[in-house]
Design a protein around this ligand. Sequence first.
Ligand SMILES: [Fe+2]
Length: 214
Amino acid sequence: MYTPIFDSGVWLADVNEAEHGDELRLWSNILEQLLQHPSVLAKANVPDAAGGRALSSVHLADQLDLLNILKVRETRLGHWLMYQLHDAAKALGFDKTRDIRKFKFHRVWANEMSYGSEAVAHRHAADDWVIPHMVAIFYVDVPDNGADLVFLDDDSDEMRLGSLSTFAQSRQYRLKSEPGRLICHDAKQLHATTVHESRLPRRCIIIEVGFPPK
Ligand SMILES: [Fe+2]
């Protein structure tokens, strides 16, 4: 579903729990194991994280094909996700200049937020970057009081700004994170999260997508 925010919009979709619940639990187990890997635990907090520990497999994105590990190309949940990426790309208008039938996965990784952590305001691409065009976040584990995603109205070209608390409410658009929810946005769109206020972890998959010219 296309959701207008400020002068653009984002894509939001939820999987059907009855249809995909078992696959979602399998993905949850895979992410949990991946994010407990010694090479993940050995890394310091990612630059976008503040306030508490956040784990990320982003440094493994080159070596570890997470979409392959999750069997995205062979499972019903994976197919749902790929169709959604296509629909999102169209809804966000990338089809006007790009061939959205051909995904180029830039980086794919998993992220885990623990109590007290938040993601400071950041973008995934600057105006003059060639790739990525779109970012997809698929939430696998979200406990009650988990951090939500917040899009920010901002026309600067800064790649990283401060905590969400430094932005006026009128510049914020909050979307609730839920297990099985997909949110796709333009890679240049500034966003942050609220503080994760659960003792249980919040885990998601982040997919940066590029599209070749038409
Ligand atoms: Fe992000």
